[in-house]
Design a protein. Structure first.
Ligand SMILES: Cc1cc2nc3c(=O)[nH]c(=O)nc-3n(C[C@H](O)[C@H](O)[C@H](O)COP(=O)(O)OP(=O)(O)OC[C@H]3O[C@@H](n4cnc5c(N)ncnc54)[C@H](O)[C@@H]3O)c2cc1C
Length: 459
């Protein structure tokens, strides 16, 4: 398929960041309304280009400093839906929040969702995002039947497991570097209610947390644990684990069963300005963690969660990324293979505890099977941590990289802002296969980003 030519829309020169607000970058940003305009941007023989969705990648994946960025958020039409099969066709700029607004009241939920719903589907496929059900359902790509990809020539290719399969597998998790995803089809999940029927489990340390994950694994499709990074010794890794399945009608209490698919939005507090960096010093983090722990102390084991607080507790505070102050923050997410997960978790949690760099948010999840050349997940446990940018942080994270790497683990590109090219190469063994597909789709390396240059992804 080829597209008709059109002129590129005028760009706006802008300072951009990812969600962590670190690093800062400067680019010409295009925001096309139509595919033909996008084609003009893609094929223009000027500087390099990277696609951007909602800008929720934490680091520099959707940045292209001193080069061009194309914002896909106006290509956001829902095109078709088949309620029998659950198959949905839509443009890449549609967000998961929009899917929930439209389809949850009709009894369908996205098959995989990250911890925020304010992401586009294009960005989610490009990062091959995982959710709280990865151990059961793998990552988003497993539920995508095909997508249309505009490659560097402006040509649009239908990519699936059968058609242009090499481009399919290089694009899921490929961080926008094979081209621009225009449109896709995915299978939505049928649900009876907007609630999850599950348990909230307190685990006194990391061994108890792993034991609780393993014990509840077969029973619950969704699981996530919040870890107190400031506890040490026998309480190292103490956590609150939330597990659940979408509730069937008969499991709902009568007051909720009356309107089981209600998506009633909650009021969102907004962080209106940058809080000074010292707001998040280790004392305030300690206090926050103690409060969460105490809050969960007396919770009944059986819990009905509403969809919003189970999947998106952070979305209720808009712009929460501002609480880290002007210097921003870095999210560090790593994963270890099953045999190394416990030892890796202990090593990293001890290093954090020793360093005094408490993470405000620390999330533990279990991963299952995974395909894709650069997709982040692998079977095992994954830990995600937020660190405000302070002196010495980058050196400290390098030491965590070495700990993760020696155990066969890896760091997530959608969160990364600072890993070295050498570490990246060692962590992603399928890089050569990915590069072969990248060269076919984009021989002139027109699609490039601050992330891809920092990591030497095309070298
Ligand atoms: C609070 C929070 C929680 C999160 N939780 C999770 C989680 O649980 N699991 C998880 O996997 N991730 C998680 N993330 C990360 C987030 O899901 C990914 O970074 C996702 O890629 C963001 O989508 P986006 O639309 O904002 O894309 P952007 O941040 O704009 O871009 C991300 C990447 O996608 C590429 N891209 C964007 N649109 C297109 C397109 N149309 N075609 C080709 N490439 C494109 C960009 O070039 C870039 O490389 C979380 C992020 C936040 C802020």
């Amino acid at each position: 398929m080829t597209t008709t030519t059109n002129s590129a829309p005028n760009p706006r020169h802008a300072l951009l960041t990812g969600w962590g607000r670190y690093p800062l970058s400067e680019s010409d940003v295009y925001r096309p309304d139509r595919i033909a305009e996008l084609a003009a941007v893609v094929t223009a023989n000027t500087s390099s280009l990277i696609a951007r969705g909602a800008g929720r990648a934490y680091g520099d994946a959707a940045l292209n400093d001193q080069n061009r960025v194309v914002d896909l958020t106006r290509l956001n039409r829902i095109l078709a839906f088949d309620a029998t099969s659950g198959l949905l066709r839509c443009e890449a700029g549609v967000t998961i929040a929009e899917l929930i607004d439209v389809f949850l009241p009709r009894g369908f939920f996205p098959p995989v969702t990250p911890g925020t719903r304010f992401v586009t589907l294009g960005g989610s496929v490009a990062a091959d995002v995982h959710g709280k059900n990865h151990h059961r359902d793998s990552s988003l790509a497993a539920h995508v039947t095909w997508f249309d990809l505009m490659i560097a020539s402006g040509e649009v290719l239908r990519c699936s497991r059968e058609e242009n399969a090499a481009f399919f597998w290089a694009t899921v998790g490929g961080m926008g570097l094979t081209g621009v995803i225009l449109e896709l089809e995915l299978r939505m999940r049928r649900v009876e209610s907007a609630y999850l029927d599950g348990e909230s489990i307190r685990a006194r340390n990391i061994d108890a947390a792993i034991e609780a994950f393993e014990r509840t694994d077969a029973q619950y499709g969704y699981s996530v644990a919040w870890i107190d990074c400031n506890s040490g010794k026998s309480a190292l890794g103490r956590s609150v684990l939330n597990v659940g399945n979408f509730a069937t009608l008969e499991r709902l209490p009568p007051n909720l069963a009356q309107n089981p698919l209600s998506t009633m939005p909650k009021l969102s507090p907004i962080v209106p300005f940058d809080l000074p960096g010292f707001t998040l010093n280790s004392l305030s983090i300690r206090a926050f963690n103690a409060v969460i722990w105490a809050f969960n102390r007396d919770r009944a084991a059986h819990t009905i969660f509403d969809w919003e607080s189970f999947f998106y507790p952070l979305d209720s505070i808009r712009n929460w990324n501002r609480i880290y102050g002007r210097r921003g923050f870095v999210q560090y997410q790593c994963v270890w293979p099953p045999d190394e997960s416990r030892a890796g978790l202990v090593e990293v949690l001890e290093a954090i505890s020793r360093s005094g760099r408490g993470s405000f948010l620390a999330v533990l999840k279990k991963f299952g099977a995974q395909d894709g050349l650069l997709s982040f997940p692998m079977p095992g446990y994954t830990l995600a941590l937020d660190f405000p940018v302070t002196d010495g942080l980058l050196e400290f994270l390098d030491t965590l990289d070495a700990m993760v790497l020696k155990r066969g683990g890896r760091v997530y590109l959608a969160k990364d802002a600072r890993m070295s090219a050498e570490t990246f190469r060692a962590m992603y063994p399928n890089l050569n296969r990915w590069q072969t597909a990248k060269t076919l789709a984009d021989p002139g390396n027109r699609f490039s980003s601050s992330l891809s240059r920092r990591l030497g992804m095309t070298e």
